[in-house]
Design a binder for this molecule. Structure first.
Ligand SMILES: *Cc1c(COP(=O)(O)O)cnc(C)c1O
Length: 360
């Protein structure tokens, strides 16, 4: 703390990302990165950028990238908004669409609502932008019952599948919810949707109150490139553009735009990659269950699991001593659990062997 800190900075509780240590031979299963390299076409597209073009600012509208995403997702290009990782897109969503609206005729807006167990960046954004919110508890099996969301809620946001649990929600349930509350905004964070959940992107074409965000970081293996996007009605995206253009006109650099566009059009790489990850997930789940772990059903590239006899914190610590990193959250309801990223089959085998040593 310094005397020069502003009031805002003094009041912040920043998000803590999973660590990125530089340790030789480390098996890194703590931040849900893809264990395989990205599409070769994406990497070639990045390499094809000329040095000279880097003198120039990139396209502030990221027109080509929005068009490529629109093509891949089956929506018009003006239904796509891109940002520097979906975290940046989400930050704009919190500031531009989830923060409270002006009071109309003395009528106060209800709260923003999200699950008690969810992506821990949401409360951080609420703190940054002064957004009031209310938590809705997940059921004991970690499923989200949308009927529990209070009638008064002005908006709701949740990941589908949820993080860190991996549990998905059916598209039909989300559509029914959004249809019943046409004047409530529903934001679906689909960072992990490609690993087996149902995307709400098609719903955005018919429901002005559904906004979906997705990321290149997990299912496209491009966490290092920092690209994410939102899909929704152009009037919703206008709010995001107003914020973007009041903050940074060029969030997507030339390398990122080229790599991301080539990546999203490489369907062959995408299908093969997610197939491999989902197959390894099944191996991981079977291995954990054979050791007596309880595993929450996962539609993501990670699993959420606990052992009935061994403490979560202790498991994480002992794995760490064996150079395997997983994520443990010292939080109510989930402190017995580990969140383990699906790695390659070799990494999964090493993890199961280490856990076997620890729990036996
Ligand atoms: C990883 C993650 C994101 C952010 O992804 P980036 O595109 O890398 O910023 C957003 N939401 C959830 C739930 C995530 O797990």
């Amino acid at each position: 703390m310094s005397e020069f800190w502003s009031k805002v900075v003094r009041g912040l509780s920043p998000y803590t990302p999973g660590e990125q240590p530089k340790i030789d031979g480390l098996i890194k299963l703590n931040t849900n990165e893809n264990p395989y390299p990205p599409s070769a076409k994406a990497y070639s597209a990045i390499q094809a950028i000329s040095a000279d073009s880097l003198r120039l600012y990139p396209d502030p509208e990221s027109t080509d990238l929005c068009r490529a995403i629109g093509t891949a997702c089956g929506v018009p290009a003006d239904h796509v908004f891109v940002g520097n990782g979906s975290d940046e897109v989400l930050a704009f969503v919190f500031q531009g669409l989830l923060a409270s609206r002006p009071t109309v005729m003395g009528q106060h807006d209800g709260p923003l609502v999200f699950p008690d167990i969810t992506y821990s960046f949401y409360p951080t954004y609420c703190g940054l932008y002064g957004v009031d919110y209310q938590l809705v508890p997940l059921e004991s099996d970690f499923s989200l019952d949308l009927n529990r969301i209070p009638e008064s809620a002005r908006a709701v946001i949740f990941p589908n599948p949820n993080a860190p649990t991996g549990r998905g929600l059916a598209r039909d349930a989300i559509e029914a919810f959004a249809t019943a509350r046409p004047n409530r905004l529903v934001v679906v964070d689909e960072a992990y949707v490609d690993f087996g959940a149902e995307s709400c992107v098609p719903l955005t074409l018919h429901h002005k109150n559904i906004l979906v965000t997705q990321s290149f970081s997990k299912s496209r293996a491009l966490a290092g490139l920092r690209v994410g996007f939102a899909i929704g009605h152009p009037e919703l995206l206008d709010a995001l553009n107003r914020i973007k253009n009041s903050f940074n006109s060029y969030p997507i650099d030339r390398l990122a735009a080229a790599g991301a566009a080539a990546s999203i059009l490489d369907t062959e790489w995408f299908e093969a990659n997610r197939g491999k990850v989902m197959k390894s997930r099944a191996t991981l789940v079977a291995g954990l269950e054979a050791l007596g772990f309880e595993v929450v059903p996962s539609q993501a590239n990670f699993v959420f699991t606990r052992h009935p006899k061994v403490e979560g914190a202790m498991l994480a610590q002992q794995l760490r001593e064996r150079k395997i990193l997983v994520r443990h959250f010292a939080k109510p309801r989930i402190d017995q659990y580990l969140r383990i990223t699906v790695g390659t089959d070799a990494q999964v085998a090493a993890l199961i062997e280490a856990l076997g040593d620890i729990v036996r």
